[in-house]
Design a protein around this ligand. Structure first.
Ligand SMILES: [Zn+2]
Length: 436
């Protein structure tokens, strides 16, 4: 109700205003830009101030949307029901919204210049399998439920920003797409963001990702990772009568012991994890297959490639060792393959990027300080292609991500909402109003 009342006031004020255009921040390196802090200029704009002022009296509405969205299950690859709800909510906020063929929700806020785009995105999916109890339990400003923070808070912020912009009748310079994307988690392999970047690449100037809670960090460095599966197969047989035949599990063990002895550097930080091993059918059978899933990550693409090669070489060596020691090779040999399950490319945002300048200005404007982080997020995709992107928390605080004990506390969330909106507007630019 308070939204409708305030809307009228804004419309009235708009009648006595002329619209001038403020170009988006292009480079902090330019003398002009360095003289003018982009965030402080934004808050000179009455419409921007009206949008920022919308958050505080509407925090309980934002919390409601977060609970509502969180209670709609959305495992990766099954985000449809949640997507439909978010599409309806973005439409209610006055954005022309649709769902693309990948399943992403896209709400468009047309800019003065529709040839350039800024995307603000929050992922829809969760790591929790179908059937997980996602009921939200509340205690004051604290809410608990799987997915409430990651990424209930990001989706809620997306909706709140759309509402605030609608309320203030804000017109950006560059078109802003409000995106709720699919497939960020696990084997979703960033498929939603890949589709968005693919579809809009030629116009896309910047991507702001809202993921989880907090205001303490800005992810500008994309952690490269690969997920691989090694599979070894053989003829299989009886543990007693066929003893001496090559055994796929033996070969996998031989290969994996070699692999875990691989030296990885601490700088650039490089890691590996054998996360799953499967194979065999019974204790008295020589198995016909063995497989393992391995996650490898590095701050450096070359190290990542080196580690992937090492895994392949170790599996080959494990198979060779097992074949060499087999007494009976007459009934067949072992086959192997290593498949890529997923790949998240790396990339870094340049230190003089206008997007980072917009974030820093927003931080200054709301009295926040944030540290640079490297992480694996939706921002990996644009960053790997040289498109400016960051990932930030959506405000408030949270914990227990990816666990059933996940929680979110909305206390102070308005600062995160203002920071996110100022960052997006800082890079999109706004139509500036000036009283006669
Ligand atoms: Zn997330």
């Amino acid at each position: 109700m308070s939204q409708r009342r305030c809307c009228k006031l804004t419309v009235k004020r708009a009648l006595v205003c002329v619209i001038l255009l403020t170009m988006p921040v292009r480079s902090v390196a330019s003398p002009q830009a360095s003289r003018q802090a982009p965030g402080s200029r934004l808050t000179d704009n009455a419409r921007v101030r009206a949008a920022l002022d919308w958050f505080t009296p509407n925090i309980s509405w934002v919390n409601e949307q977060q609970a509502r969205v969180t209670e709609i299950p959305a495992p990766s690859f099954q985000e449809g029901q949640r997507a439909a709800a978010v599409k309806a909510m973005l439409s209610e906020a006055g954005l022309a919204s649709h769902i693309d063929k990948t399943g992403n929700v896209i709400g468009e806020l047309p800019g003065v210049d529709d040839k350039e785009l800024v995307v603000v995105a929050a992922h829809l999916d969760t790591v929790f399998p179908p059937g997980t109890d996602v009921k939200v339990h509340r205690d004051g400003s604290r809410m608990a439920a799987p997915g409430i923070s990651d990424n209930g808070s990001g989706i809620a912020a997306l909706l709140a920003m759309a509402r605030a912009v609608q309320f203030a009748h804000l017109k950006p310079q560059r078109t802003v797409l409000f995106v709720a994307d699919v497939g960020e988690e696990g084997e979703g392999n960033l498929r939603g963001m890949r589709a968005i970047v693919d579809a809009y690449r030629s116009k896309l100037k910047a991507v702001v990702v809202l993921d989880g809670s907090g205001t303490d960090h800005v992810t500008t460095k994309a952690l490269a990772s690969r997920r691989l599966e090694a599979l070894i197969t053989g003829p299989g047989g009886h543990s007693w009568s066929d003893f001496g035949m090559p055994n796929p599990i033996n070969a996998l063990v031989r290969g994996s012991v070699r692999f875990i002895n691989t030296k990885v550097p601490t700088t650039p930080r490089t890691t590996f994890n054998i996360g799953q091993i499967e194979g065999g059918t019974s204790v008295n059978s020589i198995p016909y297959e063995a497989r393992m899933k391995v996650d490898i990550r590095s701050e450096n693409e070359e190290e990542l490639a080196r580690l992937e090669s090492a895994l392949r070489e170790c599996i080959v060596a494990g198979v060779r060792d097992e074949m060499d020691s087999a007494r009976d090779r007459s009934k067949g040999k072992l086959e192997w393959k290593v498949e890529l399950l997923g790949s998240r490319p790396g990339g870094d945002l340049s230190a003089d990027s206008p997007l980072l300048a917009a974030l820093r200005a927003a931080d200054e404007s709301v009295g926040n300080q944030s540290r640079i982080e490297r992480s694996s997020t939706d921002a990996n995709i644009p960053l790997s292609l040289g498109i400016d992107a960051i990932s930030i928390g959506a405000g408030g605080s949270g914990g227990g991500a990816h666990s059933l004990l996940e929680w979110y506390d909305s206390a102070g969330r308005e600062m995160g909402l203002k920071r996110a909106l100022l960052t997006v507007l800082g890079i999109s630019g706004v139509a500036e109003e000036k009283s006669r």
